[in-house]
Ligand binder design. Structure first.
Ligand SMILES: [Zn+2]
Length: 253
């Protein structure tokens, strides 16, 4: 989509209320796109974000500066992050900007969002969670619903869970592999789980609610980390590895 052609009615979007899924759906109802990637920068600008700035941020992934009345806003994203991560950060900050329930934690009109905030689950948070954590999860839910709405993801969910589908989804939506994988697991009919690790240590294990259990827990060292097969650093697919698992009938590699 060429620059400058996105026009959105913000008042109509605000009628969706504070629910992040409804806000994102309201934007998509106006965009009427058939597939991704969502032109997130133009969408933000069409909704009164007057500037999206890239800057080297220490300890932050993104920030939103706006007055209390949220008439206009400025988004800053970490220039050291990948373009896909920056796209998610823009969507996350836009989620704070559009949600009337979101308030800055600091005593200023600034949302300062750390990498761990943007990694938080976009699932429904437990009732005892703090306001800060609640709204960070909320902003992530908005971001994923905006960048990877179900109608865009559905064509990739056919057949058995497969990491090649995740890679195609990532490329088509210009969404990070990690966010694509989490969205894929969330929406796939077949209960699936993923183990994310760094240097052989489990970071977290997103899984479908119906996936029975996963042996690995965050912080635990993987005993047999899957070996990368090429420069993509992905382990072989169509094989029950630690990187992706599914329950159901046995699958022959
Ligand atoms: Zn945030």
């Amino acid at each position: 989509m060429p620059l400058g052609v996105v026009k959105l009615d913000r008042m109509a979007i605000e009628e969706a209320g504070p629910n992040p899924e409804r806000i994102a759906a309201s934007i998509h109802a106006q965009l009427a796109l058939l597939s991704g990637p969502v032109p997130i920068h133009q969408v933000a600008e069409a909704l009164d974000i007057v500037e999206i700035r890239q800057a080297p941020l220490k300890g932050l992934e993104g920030a939103l500066v706006s007055a209390a009345e949220r008439d206009i806003g400025l988004i800053v994203v970490n220039s050291a992050s990948s373009s896909q991560r920056q796209r998610f950060s823009v969507a996350h900050e836009l989620g704070h900007f559009l949600n009337p329930w979101h308030k800055p934690v600091e005593p200023s009109e600034r949302f300062a969002c750390r990498p761990e905030d943007l990694r938080k689950s976009w699932g429904k948070p437990p009732p005892e969670v703090s306001h800060h954590l609640f709204q960070e999860g909320d902003a992530n839910r908005f971001a994923i619903e905006l960048l990877a709405p179900q109608k865009f993801v559905r064509p990739f969910l056919r057949g058995i869970p497969d990491l090649t589908s995740v890679l195609r989804l990532s490329k088509t939506l210009d969404l990070s592999r990690e966010a694509s994988a989490r969205r894929y697991v969330e929406l796939h009919d077949q209960p699936t789980a993923l183990v994310f690790s760094v240097d052989g240590v489990v970071r977290y294990v997103p899984r479908h609610p119906d996936f029975p259990s996963v042996l690995y827990q965050p912080g635990q060292r993987l005993s047999e980390p899957p070996s990368p097969v090429d420069k993509s650093r992905l382990s072989p697919t169509r094989k029950p590895t630690l990187a992706i698992g599914w329950c159901g009938p046995a699958v022959t590699p």
